[in-house]
Ligand binder design. Structure first.
Ligand SMILES: C[S@@+](CC[C@H](N)C(=O)[O-])C[C@H]1O[C@@H](n2cnc3c(N)ncnc32)[C@H](O)[C@@H]1O
Length: 435
């Protein structure tokens, strides 16, 4: 069972053991100077100011602005100034400061990751913790994130990223991964994309109800494609629990786990083949979505079968009480042409567009534009929406949701998964029953 924090909105929870001194994740965002920080604060809604992390560097206040939802988890870690289990440190990577979280103590599965935002004037302190998205113009702020600069190179960075991905789930981090609080500072290698693939559950609360999702079962996918099995909780499974009523939601991109080039849909920085199970309970009703069934696509393209769920990138566009969030298609960096479903220019067949209407506000997402994918893989073009794009339209509070089958305009037979005569297996119609 997962602890759900009702009043703080989203929080990040350990899924596996984390040990004292372990590097946990980076607080990622735009590094901006004091002038730019001031400018953004002038125009940001209060709820966004809470994602601006100030710290001193070279005698000035700099800011990491994580207001934009880039899918990373650092921005979702909550404050605890009394009993934090981790600490933010400033790490230098190729001359630029990065903010990285390190465990102050052993953290066990189910614990919420929380750090002391600093001496800032956080409005929720000295009073009962209350709903999180109220103004927090000076939180988080660390006035002494680190007393001295620790310098690292890109290669040590990359090396550590790899080790983190390989070792964190239930085991110690590799020896060259960053360590804190006791470990030599020399070992602190903060990574460029240190989001940890195996450990977090985002638990969100919808009016006091719990949500949980389980790892999909894989039983017959080729080793190459088997990203989530019974025995190994896969790094791409995210549990997204959402809090509606004043909260934002975010989706996170899982990291690549070393799929062969053939299956490398999302690598390094780009997001990865991911299985999302979004289960939402709103006012006591359950909703569930299931993996689409495969209809005979070539092995090469068969990313989702009856038993092995599929590499899916979710784009969750959410408008909650007038605030938009958007996530963008990950960039592909070297997937073979055959499998390159999401490139700089052509988004991928597995992109989910989740449209949610909450409290009467509409959001819309559009089909990604394709400009250069091979015919074989061109699943979503200007004219033909692709078979694997999910349009989940959700209306909360008594309205209907519907999704339509995309129209095909000439994609090769191989890829034409949704036609007039055969409703395609990858289209989900998710309808929510409310109240
Ligand atoms: C960096 S975000 C953390 C993620 C946030 N809970 C969310 O759902 O987006 C910082 C914001 O979370 C909320 N928050 C963080 N720690 C809190 C706490 N201890 N009590 C109440 N609200 C908190 C505040 O609104 C703060 O501005």
């Amino acid at each position: 069972m997962w602890v759900v924090i009702h009043k703080l909105g989203r929080g990040v929870f350990a899924k596996s053991d984390i040990f004292k001194g372990d590097f946990i994740l980076e607080y990622r965002g735009d590094l901006i100077d004091p002038e730019e920080s001031k400018r953004r604060r002038r125009i940001y809604h209060n709820s966004l100011k809470g994602f601006m992390f100030d710290f001193i560097w070279h005698g000035k206040f700099w800011t990491i602005d994580a207001a934009r939802d880039d899918g990373t988890l650092g921005r979702l870690v909550n404050d605890d100034h009394i009993n934090p289990n981790c600490k933010m440190k400033r790490i230098m990577v190729e001359g630029k400061p990065h903010l990285c979280l390190f465990a102050l103590k052993d953290i066990t599965p189910g614990d919420e990751i929380r750090y002391n935002y600093g001496d800032a004037d956080c409005p929720w302190r000295n009073q009962e913790e209350r709903s999180g998205m109220e103004g927090a113009s000076n939180c988080p702020r660390s006035e002494n994130a680190s007393e001295k600069d620790l310098h690292y190179t890109q290669s040590s960075l990359d090396n550590c990223t790899l080790n983190n991905q390989e070792t964190i789930s239930g085991t110690n981090q590799a020896s060259n991964c960053p360590k804190s609080d006791g470990a030599s500072e020399d070992n602190q290698h903060c990574t460029d994309s240190p989001q940890h693939d195996s450990i977090f559950h985002i638990q969100e609360t919808i009016k006091g109800t719990n949500q949980a999702s389980n790892c999909p079962k894989s039983d017959g996918a080729s080793e190459d494609n088997q990203h989530c099995t019974d025995s190994s909780q896969h790094d791409s499974i995210f549990h997204i629990q959402e809090t509606i009523k004043g909260m934002n939601q975010a989706s996170n991109c899982p990291k690549s786990d070393g799929a062969s080039e053939d299956n490398q849909h999302c690598t390094d920085s780009p997001q990865h083949d991911s299985i999302f199970h979004i289960q939402e309970t709103i006012k006591g009703t359950n909703q569930a979505s299931n993996c689409p069934k495969s209809d005979g696509a070539s092995e090469d393209n068969q990313h989702c079968t009856d038993n092995s769920q599929h590499d899916s990138i979710f784009h969750i566009q959410e408008t909650i009480k007038g605030t938009n969030q958007a996530s963008n298609c990950p960039k592909s960096d070297g997937a073979s042409e055959d499998n390159q479903h999401c490139t700089d220019n052509s988004q991928h067949d597995s992109i989910f567009h989740i449209q949610e209407t909450i409290k009467g506000t509409n959001q819309a997402s559009n089909c990604p534009k394709s400009d250069g994918a091979s015919e074989d893989n061109q699943h979503c073009t200007d004219n033909s929406q692709h078979d694997s794009i999910f349009h989940i339209q959700e209306t909360i509070k008594g309205t209907n949701q519907a999704s339509n089958c995309p129209k095909s305009d000439g994609a090769s037979e191989d890829n034409q998964h949704c036609t007039d005569s055969s409703q395609h297996d990858s289209i989900f119609h998710i309808q929510w029953l409310l109240m």
